[in-house]
Ligand binder design. Structure first.
Ligand SMILES: NC(=O)C1=CN([C@@H]2O[C@H](COP(=O)(O)OP(=O)(O)OC[C@H]3O[C@@H](n4cnc5c(N)ncnc54)[C@H](O)[C@@H]3O)[C@@H](O)[C@H]2O)C=CC1
Ligand SMILES: O=C(O)[C@H]1O[C@H](OP(=O)(O)OP(=O)(O)OC[C@H]2O[C@@H](n3ccc(=O)[nH]c3=O)[C@H](O)[C@@H]2O)[C@H](O)[C@@H](O)[C@@H]1O
Length: 445
């Protein structure tokens, strides 16, 4: 089938590459010429495991193309996927300007029936706005070409995006038109083989399902973060508590890891957007507000712990950071906890020596060259001349360091583990103080 994807970011590229992989002919459109040039010259603008290979093989097979020519995109696909950003507006609501711009482009150029498939995360009611935008642009040129708008939210996780797309837990299709539902069912058939995971529902429920999923996951994390602070206060170990409650299948082990706050392009923005939607309708979403507030406080926790440890004397100190991306296996630093810590350290007069396996370029892009930021070539050299080590991202390579080497390099033998990934006893055995999120206090052994 012929598919056009508007937006060649995380979601657009993964969707495009996976749909091409199963035999569709996919044209990816982006307004960013640099991104399209890079893709056309064999590069990939984001780090996502497996994506380079998938793009390369499908480009070579002629099933995956990239262009800035939106008109060609509209003419190409029966399915017109919208996978552009929906960043937060000033009040936290989702900014729909990119989604509606694509809708207008489609309305302007469509010459036959098209299915607009909204993959971007958008507030309830957006499909109506998309349809209105298509109708208005058609009317402006005196056209009345048939189309449908489908809500098809995406649930992939960065770092595991290909696997999530290829083997989804569910495929949500929001449409009131049974014929459109069948066409989407056919498109998704290769990803829906072992048992039927495609759920057809009304558009508004589909739109809300996406926010509900992210808000539920964010709630689990904030709940555990809240609990980790209570555990610290009462002298309990959050790790024991985590395992204790996770063993109940009604709770489960997933997404109950406490840490230095959730980040990324989605949880923070989607919780805020849902909160804003509720408020705009006169409902006070107290729980969502608390989820966000707890996360905000949690992102400041590591700085507080470091500052307390050094009795507020951070000026002139150097803190080593392991991990800059908001989670492992991605170079995405949107709303990353590392940013809150770095900015707080800089404000307190400290310098940062950081290492991340893939996010160094992104860090340079965001912060530029600055005297108080050094990007080290590897984890151990980030410790050179540092007063202490803080761990912000649970990259596998940070899990089992040589503690004696760490001890030998740090001016003050202390580790602040923002993701609870280290074995504190081993750190203690090497003479390091180990400070975690809600685990029992561990002192040098
Ligand atoms: N990143 C993720 O893991 C997930 C994101 N989402 C949602 O998917 C949507 C897209 O997210 P990302 O892929 O992360 O965004 P992104 O920022 O990585 O990519 C968006 C792309 O759209 C392009 N664009 C903007 N206007 C355009 C236009 N008129 N025509 C063509 N391209 C245009 C931009 O240049 C950019 O390359 C958002 O609503 C997000 O909430 C949903 C699930 C997972
Ligand atoms: O809408 C989206 O964009 C996506 O948002 C999240 O995916 P993602 O943001 O890529 O990453 P997650 O693995 O969910 O992690 C988000 C944040 O939560 C943190 N986290 C996660 C799990 C946990 O137990 N504790 C915890 O602090 C991570 O460190 C990270 O900062 C959802 O998991 C995806 O299903 C969804 O499609």
């Amino acid at each position: 089938m012929d598919v056009t994807i508007f937006g060649s970011g995380y979601v657009g590229l993964v969707t495009g590459a996976c749909l091409a992989e199963v035999g569709n002919t996919v044209l990816c459109i982006d307004i960013d010429p640099a991104k399209i040039d890079l893709l056309n010259s064999g590069g990939v603008p984001i780090y996502e495991p497996g994506l380079d290979e998938l793009i390369k093989s499908n480009r070579e097979a002629g099933r995956l193309r990239f262009s800035t020519d939106a008109e060609a995109g509209v003419r190409h696909g029966l399915f017109q996927f919208i996978a552009v950003g929906t960043p937060p507006d000033e009040d936290g609501s989702a900014d729909l300007q990119y989604v509606l711009a694509v809708a207008r482009t489609i309305g302007e150029h469509m010459d036959g029936y098209r299915i607009l498939v909204d993959k971007s995360t958008v507030p309830v009611g957006t499909a109506d706005k998309v349809a209105a935008a298509v109708r208005e642009t058609q009317a402006a040129r005196g056209a009345t070409v048939e189309f449908d708008v489908v809500s098809n939210p995406e649930f992939l996780k960065e770092g595991a995006a290909i696997e999530d797309f290829m083997r989804p837990d569910r495929i949500i299709v929001g449409t009131d038109n049974p014929r459109t539902a069948e066409l989407l069912r056919a498109l998704y058939a290769p990803f829906n083989r072992s048992h039927d995971r495609l759920m057809v529902m009304d558009i508004r429920s589909a739109e809300l399902t996406k926010y509900a999923a992210n808000a539920m996951l964010a709630t689990k994390i904030s709940f555990m973060n809240e609990l980790s602070n209570i555990a610290e206060a009462v002298g309990a170990d959050i790790d024991k508590v985590r395992v204790g409650i996770g063993s109940d299948p009604r709770i489960g082990y997933q997404f109950i890891y406490p840490g230095c706050g959730y980040g990324g392009s989605c949880f923070p923005k989607d919780v805020r957007a849902l909160e804003q939607t509720a408020r705009s309708l006169g409902y006070d979403p107290q729980l969502l507000h608390a989820v966000e507030a707890v996360n905000f406080r949690q992102k400041e926790l590591l700085f507080k712990k470091i500052n307390d440890y050094f009795a507020g004397d951070l000026k002139g100190r150097t803190i080593a950071l392991w991990g800059l991306s908001f989670k492992p296996n991605t170079d995405d630093m949107r709303e990353a906890s590392s940013r809150v810590l770095m900015e707080s350290l800089w404000a307190a007069g400290a310098s940062v020596r950081a290492f991340d396996p893939v996010a160094a370029d992104e860090t340079r892009r965001i912060y530029g060259e600055r005297a108080d930021l050094t990007l080290a070539a590897d984890a151990m050299s980030a410790l050179d001349g540092a007063d202490a080590l803080a761990i912000l991202t649970e990259w596998a390579q940070f899990r089992s360091p040589n503690f004696a080497t760490v001890h030998g390099k740090l001016k003050t033998p202390v580790i602040f583990d923002g993701r609870n990934i280290l074995d504190g006893r081993l750190a203690n055995a090497a003479g390091l103080t180990y400070v975690s999120i809600g685990r029992l206090p561990l002192r040098p052994g």
